[in-house]
Design a protein around this ligand. Structure first.
Ligand SMILES: *Cc1c(COP(=O)(O)O)cnc(C)c1O
Length: 398
């Protein structure tokens, strides 16, 4: 794609030209095939040797998937991308591709629950040391940087407290120590429409494409965006040999469809979230609202610097305990109790019971996740209807 096209044009067009020799099909065809025919043994040999770029087997690449990868790389200003079966497929493939048994990782202490479980309960079995620090102060990584540090890992906004980490500052400190350290950012909450981590100095941007990228709650998928050489290691070693987390062609097609409307969906998610957050802030049963768009939110200035809007996620803490808060959530009529985020429908979950139940009470505390915390993924409905629903449900806690 020509570099001077805007985001909306890229999200609709990048990569699709090559697929259109297929009878002029306007949409990218679903190449639902596991393997590809070689004309001769020699041609097959040349593909395995990397001398001929043609397809071999869908775990190594597929034309529908390739369009998705080109588009994601373009949207995040990366050299290349790899699409995978899930966000966890992307995260684990990227990490396994960047470490060996001697490596150390420095991670922010507020993480998506399964990423936390992978770091704490998974990697520790292989002798890989993961240091958890609070990257709200980027200087905190300095205490653990050493010659074994292979990865510095963070989310921003973080799940579920929406803590903001200064991506540029963490990247600068890590690379000043050792330019080979891979700074990896889980950009699921912001999406490339709001934040481009590679432009800020990070090396790898990771996505659960299940969320806003797809946007319609009907696909599980993931994406890695990085420099070409690292994406090749992820594809030809991480995915091929270690995780096998290949995305199906139909899911790649659905993601391509979802991404075509990413900007207008994110505009409305962000607008609805702002209105809901403002309502919640004035509600007498609610103690604190965690929303990066508020001027008094601790990471607001950094968010304003690295995000084009503040996104569709909000969390809030009530004055009541875990059980009364749960009862109020149960009283919601329009918003749905469900994990995940970025769908058209407003989704509400209770992190301590659900997404972050892998955390012990001490770990919840360390990550700053109160037991009465409620997380909202603002949907695309009319904001007034979502607000009326939260009002009727949480008025009961007054
Ligand atoms: C959902 C999510 C993941 C995991 O993605 P899956 O597609 O469910 O595997 C990782 N990071 C964040 C921030 C998420 O919200």
């Amino acid at each position: 794609m020509k570099k001077d096209y805007g985001f909306a044009t890229k999200q609709i067009h990048t990569g699709s030209i090559s697929a259109q020799d297929n009878y002029g099909s306007m949409q990218v065809p679903i190449y639902q095939t596991a393997t590809y025919r070689f004309k001769t043994v020699q041609e097959g040999g040349a593909r395995f040797a990397g001398e001929d770029g043609g397809y071999i087997y869908t775990r190594l690449g597929n034309p529908t998937q390739a369009v998705l990868e080109a588009r994601m790389a373009d949207l995040e200003n990366g050299e290349a991308a790899l699409a995978l079966a899930s966000g966890m497929g992307a995260i684990t493939t990227a990490i396994w591709s960047a470490i060996d048994g001697e490596s150390e990782i420095i991670a922010d202490e507020t993480l998506y629950g399964c990423t936390f479980a992978y770091f704490v309960h998974g990697l520790s079995k292989f002798g890989v040391k993961v240091h958890m620090v609070d990257m709200a102060n980027p200087e905190n990584i300095k205490a653990h940087l050493n010659k074994k540090t292979a990865v510095v890992y963070l989310e921003s906004p973080c799940n579920p407290t929406l803590k903001i980490v200064d991506i540029a500052e963490v990247s600068r400190i890590a690379h000043e120590y050792n330019p080979d350290i891979k700074v990896m950012v889980d950009n699921t909450f912001a999406t490339p429409y709001l934040t481009r981590p590679l432009d800020l100095g990070a090396d790898v941007s990771l996505h659960s494409a299940t969320k806003y990228l797809n946007g319609h709650g009907d696909v599980i998928g993931g994406v890695i965006v990085a420099k070409k050489d690292f994406v090749e290691v992820c594809r030809l070693h991480g995915l091929k040999d270690l995780t096998g987390a290949v995305i199906g062609p139909f899911d790649a097609f659905l993601l391509l469809r979802g991404i075509q409307t990413l900007d207008i969906r994110m505009d409305k998610h962000s607008k609805n979230a702002k209105e809901i957050a403002e309502f919640l802030r004035d509600h007498p049963a609610i103690k604190t609202v965690y929303y990066p768009g508020f001027k008094d939110f601790p990471g607001h200035d950094t968010a304003a610097k690295q995000m084009d809007q503040f996104g569709g996620m909000i969390s809030f803490e009530t004055y009541k305990g875990r059980d009364e808060t749960a009862a109020a959530i149960n009283g919601l009529q329009l918003a749905t109790i469900a994990v995940s985020l970025g769908d058209t429908q407003t989704l509400v979950e209770h992190p301590a019971s659900m997404t972050h139940s892998a955390y012990t009470p001490e770990e919840l505390k360390a990550a700053g996740i109160p037991e009465s915390l409620v997380r909202i993924s603002a949907g695309l409905e009319d904001a007034k209807d979502i607000i009326a629903d939260f009002k009727q449900a949480f008025d009961k806690l007054i």
